[in-house]
Write a protein that binds this ligand. Structure first.
Ligand code: 5GP
Ligand code: ZN
Length: 136
């Protein structure tokens, strides 16, 4: 586990040091750190949203906490504020994509049987076409 120093603006030109839990070798921690480029659509203190490299719908955006947590349950247990921030970010992404009226889906694949490939919690914001239910 690495802890990356971060400078957070507090207004009036002042900055405060903050830390982000990061795991060495984690793909999404590396994206948060800027080590791998991403098509970022939203960025705030606790969350980052970027387009999925292999989109499954016209809108397919991944919303992640900047701090490393393996899955949504672990995030809820460790940092409820970040979990709320993640859902707010997902709703803001949907609004930004113009899909609030037509509808959107937020998916957290968790574990092997759900097909979770990246063990850093991420919500998939999917929209822009009719989404089948139940999913496959
Ligand atoms: P999971 O299957 O874990 O729920 O979702 C992982 C998602 O990450 C997949 O939809 C996959 O396309 C996406 N992904 C994997 N590697 C990258 C990458 O380097 N950049 C971006 N933007 N998305 C990625
Ligand atoms: Zn991570």
């Amino acid at each position: 586990m690495l802890v990356m120093a971060r400078q957070t603006p507090t207004g009036a030109g002042r900055f405060t040091a903050a830390t982000i839990r990061a795991v060495d070798g984690c793909l999404f921690c590396t994206i948060v750190a800027g080590g791998i480029p991403a098509d970022v659509v939203r960025d705030d203190e606790l969350t980052l949203a970027f387009r999925d490299v292999n989109p499954q719908a016209p809108t397919h955006v991944l919303v992640i906490p900047k701090a490393h947590h393996e899955n949504v349950g672990a995030l809820a247990a460790a940092d409820p504020d970040a979990l709320v921030a993640l859902h707010r970010a997902a709703a803001a992404v949907a609004a930004g994509e113009g899909v609030v009226d037509t509808g959107w889906r937020l998916v957290f694949n968790t574990g092997r049987d759900a097909g979770q490939e990246v063990p850093h919690v991420h919500g998939h914001v999917l929209a822009g076409r009719y989404l089948e239910w139940p999913p496959g």
